[in-house]
Ligand binder design. Structure first.
Ligand code: SF4
Length: 460
C-alpha cells in the first residue's frame, strides 16, 4: 500500500473543545488515539470541530477523492434458521414474505456493466453448501469480469456446519468457485451484553474476528461493520473499533469499515432512529480511531443520501455502490431509494466537494471523474448555443460525466493521496462522452422506490 502524505493540522489550532485539542496534539506527534479520544469524539458538542479533525485524516489518506463502485446487491433468500431481534429481513420457510431467488433470477442481475456483486442472505435451512459454490461459478460464467464480494462471517461459519468441514476448507472452496473479497456484515456490536440481548443464537465477537483472521491469512481481503443506534453504548462502539484496529494491526486484511445505522423497522427496539448528528460523529470517530483502515464508508442506504454526502466531509471517503435493488435495510423500512444511478452518485460526491473515482471491489482505481467545467450563464453565449447549453444549465453537476480511464495505470485507492486530480487526469486516457450512460440504462428497469413509500403514495 502507498504511504499516506503527512497530516495538515494547520487549520485545527483554533478548536475550542479541550478533548479535541488533545487529539490534534496527538495527531501532530503521531501518538495513537485511545478509547478516551474515541469517546470524546462521540460525545463532543463541537460537530464542526469533529468533522474538521476527521477530514484532516481523511485528506491525508485519500486526498480530495471519494470512491464508489458500480455494483449489484443480491440477497438470494431471506429464509433464515435463526432470529436476531434487530432483523426485519429474515423470514421462516412458509411465511408470506419468505422468498428464494432462482439461479436465473440471480444471473439476470449480473449481466450488466458492473464491477462488483455483493452477495449475502439468510441462513437457509435446506440449501447445501454446494449450491452456494455453484452460485459463485454461475456468476463467474455469466460475467467473467465481475468481482464477487460474498458471504458474511456468519454465513461462512454456517457453511462450515452444514458441510461439516473446517472454515479454512469452506474459504478455499469458495475462492476456487470465484470468491474475491468478503463483506463485513454480521459483526453487529462486539459486546457480550448486546450479543446476549439481541442475537444470542449467532456468533459473537471472538468468532467473527477469527473468521476474518483466517480469511486474511489466505489473502482474502474483507470489510468490517458496526450496527449502531440501538441499545449499544458509546463505550461499546469504541470497544468494537479497538478490537477491529487490533486485528488490522495483526493482518492488514481489511479494506473498509462501514458503520451501519440501525433502521427501526418493526422491531420496537428503540423509539427513534439515530440522528444525522450521531451518524456523522460515528463516521468521524471511526476515521480517527481506525488509523490502519484504508477506507471509511458512508453507507447511503442506511444514512440517507444527504447525510452520506455530508459524511464525505466528516471522515468518510467512500459511498459504497449503486447497489441496484437493496432488500435488507428496506425490509426495515429504510426510506432511501432501492438503488442509485451512477449520475446521482457523482452528484452527491461533487456536492460534497469531492472528486469521484470509480473503483472495483479491491479498490483498484478505474475511472476518474474530474470536476466539470464551471457553468456559464446562457446570456454570455450566442443565441445558437442555447440548446447546447440546456443540459448543463439544468444541472452542471451531472451534465458532464465524461471520465478519464485509469485502467492502464494499476493504481489503487491508497496510491492517490499524493497525486492531484490534474496529474491523475494527465496520466489516464480520456473517455469521450458519457461513460456511465450504459450502466444507468441497464438499471433503468429496476424499481427505485422502497415498497413502504410506494404503498403510502399509492394510497394517497
Ligand atoms: S441478521 Fe442475518 S442471521 Fe440474523 S436473522 Fe437476519 S438474516 Fe438471519
Amino acid at each position: 500500500m502507498g504511504s499516506p502524505v503527512s497530516i495538515d493540522t494547520s487549520g485545527l489550532r483554533n478548536l475550542t473543545d479541550p478533548a479535541l485539542k488533545r487529539i490534534v496534539a496527538k495527531l501532530e506527534t503521531g501518538e495513537r488515539l485511545d478509547r478516551d479520544d474515541g469517546l470524546a469524539v462521540l460525545t463532543s458538542q463541537d460537530l464542526i470541530g469533529v468533522g474538521r479533525l476527521a477530514n484532516a485524516v481523511k485528506e491525508m489518506r485519500s486526498g480530495p477523492y471519494a470512491f464508489f463502485v458500480l455494483n449489484r446487491q443480491i440477497n438470494p433468500t431471506n429464509i433464515c434458521v435463526i432470529s436476531c431481534k434487530f432483523c426485519d429481513f429474515a423470514a421462516k420457510a412458509g411465511d408470506d414474505d419468505a422468498y428464494e431467488m432462482t439461479m436465473s433470477e440471480i444471473l439476470e442481475k449480473v449481466r450488466e456493466p458492473i464491477h462488483e456483486v455483493h452477495l449475502v442472505g439468510g441462513l437457509h435451512p435446506t440449501w447445501p453448501f454446494e449450491y452456494y459454490e455453484e452460485m459463485l461459478r454461475a456468476i463467474r460464467r455469466a460475467n467473467p469480469a465481475v468481482q464477487i464480494k460474498a458471504f458474511t462471517a456468519v454465513e461462512i461459519e454456517f457453511f462450515s456446519k452444514i458441510a461439516k468441514i473446517p472454515v479454512e476448507d469452506v474459504l478455499n472452496r469458495l475462492v476456487s468457485a470465484g470468491l474475491d473479497t468478503m463483506p463485513g456484515g454480521g459483526a453487529e456490536v462486539f459486546s457480550d451484553r448486546v450479543h446476549d440481548e439481541l442475537y444470542r443464537e449467532k456468533m459473537g465477537a471472538e468468532q467473527w474476528l477469527e473468521i476474518h483472521r483466517v480469511a486474511h491469512s489466505k489473502g482474502i481481503r474483507t470489510n468490517a461493520t458496526l450496527l449502531y443506534g440501538h441499545i449499544e453504548t458509546h463505550e461499546e462502539r469504541v470497544e468494537h473499533l479497538m478490537l477491529l484496529r487490533n486485528l488490522q494491526d495483526e493482518t492488514g486484511g481489511f479494506l473498509s469499515f462501514i458503520p451501519l445505522e440501525f433502521q427501526l423497522g418493526y422491531t420496537n427496539l428503540v423509539v427513534r432512529q439515530a440522528s444525522a448528528l450521531d451518524g456523522l460523529k460515528t463516521i468521524a470517530a471511526s476515521r480517527l480511531l481506525l488509523d490502519n483502515f484504508p477506507h471509511i464508508k458512508a453507507y447511503w442506504v442506511m444514512l440517507g443520501e444527504e447525510t452520506a454526502s455530508m459524511a464525505l466531509q466528516w471522515g468518510a471517503d467512500d459511498l459504497d455502490g449503486t447497489i441496484g435493488e437493496e432488500k435488507i435495510a428496506h425490509a426495515a423500512l429504510a426510506s432511501s431509494p432501492l438503488g442509485m444511478t451512477a449520475h446521482k452518485m457523482l452528484k452527491l460526491m461533487r456536492e460534497a466537494g469531492r472528486v469521484p473515482v470509480q473503483r472495483d471491489a479491491r479498490y483498484r482505481a478505474l475511472t476518474l471523474f474530474p470536476p466539470p467545467p464551471a457553468p456559464t450563464h446562457w446570456s454570455q453565449r450566442g443565441a445558437r448555443d442555447v440548446t447546447a447549453m440546456i443540459p448543463s444549465k439544468i444541472d452542471p453537476m451531472i451534465a458532464d460525466t465524461g471520465g478519464v480511464s485509469l485502467e492502464n495505470e494499476e493504481l489503487y485507492s491508497w496510491d492517490l493521496a499524493g497525486i492531484s486530480p490534474e496529474e491523475l487526469a494527465a496520466r489516464g486516457t480520456l473517455l469521450h462522452g458519457d461513460t456511465l450512460a450504459s450502466y444507468d440504462a441497464a438499471g433503468a428497469s429496476l424499481p427505485t422506490v422502497p415498497p413502504a413509500l410506494a404503498e403510502s403514495e399509492a394510497s394517497r
